[in-house]
Design a protein around this ligand. Structure first.
Ligand SMILES: [Fe+2]
Length: 458
């Protein structure tokens, strides 16, 4: 750089450089490539792909879907375009592609321009007994410590990607924007959430991971509203509405019109998952975390799981379950509600074939059920992806001597059709885009005949 350039303030120099580099392009030169793409709602025969575009001058492009990465022999899938303006981009669109009639247990690639290499990729689940790997964690944001970043670009996402899980279950704090503001007009609030999401999905390590790995996501406080936020948050309606349009998700039985909690039920092979929304119905005054409708839904779903004799039930619950009554964190303030659910689980004899995944506490720790008087099931706390360490709750039977940043866990299910083995394993980032198992956090359940036994030593 010459001494003359060096004397120009940096910002001004960058601006003038950008002005030189930016020039209008003719319409036909605008590539039909999305600014992001991710996928979810995977079943044995279907999946959802969501793509965001800035401007759609020629309408929503067809998604090319192929079993091959080069998209050869692709079928063309029509998308439904929705104007989804963000705080930054008025011409932002989200296009939803519903993939149906897929083959079970099959890898698929989707893209728009075969030559570009931009792809989304997923694997359908097997029909019936199916062995799979799910990764799960929460709390992404902290790559830069001062000031603390709102979003994460940690290479930990490369490490999770290297394990190639069939799904990634994100249990909240997808970002730390702590949004607030007037609830109306709702479009303004939705625009804030969309801007935050765009920031997350523009972090290269996350963006590439989500292109390769379908997401299952429930929010926690920092990505729903402010720290500790609940049903009274002014962000509630905007969060629900944007979740419906911008996040790939399974059917929302309690939020058909973006007007309820984002609770979901889905299955991978013979394992059933129930995922709850611990924020948007939370009412501390009435001592409920789930709210009446969601509590009733969960109560009924627990009964249904028992009647269906599912070999393993997983409850994705964003905040710590094992925590003393009255503790301000996790389920502590909602002791009666927890007790009622625990009694239900005990009465249904579901505890022995159930496990819980939780985040919020920035720690990695499992419990084999011995410290869980409310249902007696296995609990796996897995966090933080990329945030400072903070312990909550416990005690836990399986806990490393120290906690670190850069932690997640996996659930490996091996299902023969009669015996299902579920292995929980905690991992820690080595700082190089690779992760190592944390030996203290390993638990294995062997399920058959309607109950699971915890195998120790595992
Ligand atoms: Fe967090």
């Amino acid at each position: 750089m010459s001494s003359e350039q060096a004397s120009v303030p940096r910002r001004q120099f960058l601006k003038s450089a950008a002005a030189v580099l930016t020039f209008p392009q003719p319409d036909d030169a605008v590539p039909a490539e999305p600014s992001w793409l991710w996928t979810g709602a995977v079943t044995a025969r279907s999946a959802t792909v969501l793509c965001s575009f800035r401007g759609l001058p020629n309408g929503a492009p067809m998604l090319l879907v192929s079993e091959r990465q080069n998209l050869s022999g692709a079928r063309r899938v029509e998308g439904a375009a929705l104007a989804a303006p963000s705080r930054r981009y008025a011409n932002r669109f989200v296009v939803r592609y519903e993939l149906t009639g897929l083959a079970p247990n099959q890898e698929y690639f989707g893209g728009f321009v075969p030559a570009s290499g931009t792809r989304v990729r997923l694997r359908t689940f097997g029909a019936g007994a199916y062995s799979f790997l799910a990764a799960f964690a929460s709390c992404a944001g902290g790559t830069r410590v001062v000031p603390m970043s709102h979003v994460s670009n940690t290479r930990l996402f490369d490490a999770i990607s290297a394990l190639d899980p069939h799904v990634f279950i994100h249990m909240g704090d997808l970002h730390y924007y702590n949004l607030t503001g007037a609830p109306r007009p709702i479009e303004v609030m939705m625009g804030r959430f969309r801007r935050s999401l765009d920031r997350v999905l523009s972090q290269e390590h996350q963006a590439l991971f989500y292109r390769k790995t379908p997401i299952v996501y429930t929010w926690d406080d920092h990505d729903y509203g402010r720290d500790g936020s609940d049903a009274s948050s002014p962000t509630r309606d905007g969060a629900r509405a944007y979740y419906g349009t911008d996040i790939p998700h399974y059917p929302l039985p309690l939020s058909k019109n973006a007007d309820g909690p984002i609770a979901q039920r889905f299955e991978i092979g013979r394992v059933r998952f129930l995922m709850t929304d611990g924020r948007s119905e939370r009412n501390p005054g009435q001592r409920t975390m789930l709210g009446q409708r969601q509590f009733t839904w969960l109560f009924e779903e627990l009964g249904q799981a028992a009647r269906d004799q599912v070999p393993l039930l997983v409850w994705v619950n964003s905040v710590p379950w094992i925590i003393r009554d009255g503790d301000p964190e996790g389920w502590g303030p909602f002791a009666a509600e927890r007790q009622a659910l625990g009694q239900r689980i005990t009465q249904l004899n579901l505890g022995p074939r159930m496990l819980m995944m939780s985040g919020d506490a920035h720690m990695l720790a499992f419990d084999d059920g011995r410290n869980n008087p409310h249902g007696g099931f296995v609990v796996a706390q897995a966090a933080p992806l990329d945030r400072f360490v903070r312990r909550k709750g416990g005690p836990y039977s399986h806990e490393p001597p120290d906690q670190r940043n850069g932690q997640f866990a996996t659930l490996q299910v091996d299902d023969s059709g009669t015996t299902l083995t579920a292995t929980l394993q905690g991992y820690r980032h080595l700082g190089t885009g690779t992760a190592a198992p944390v030996p203290e956090t390993r638990l294995r359940l062997r399920c058959s005949g309607g109950r699971c036994e915890v195998l120790t030593p595992s």
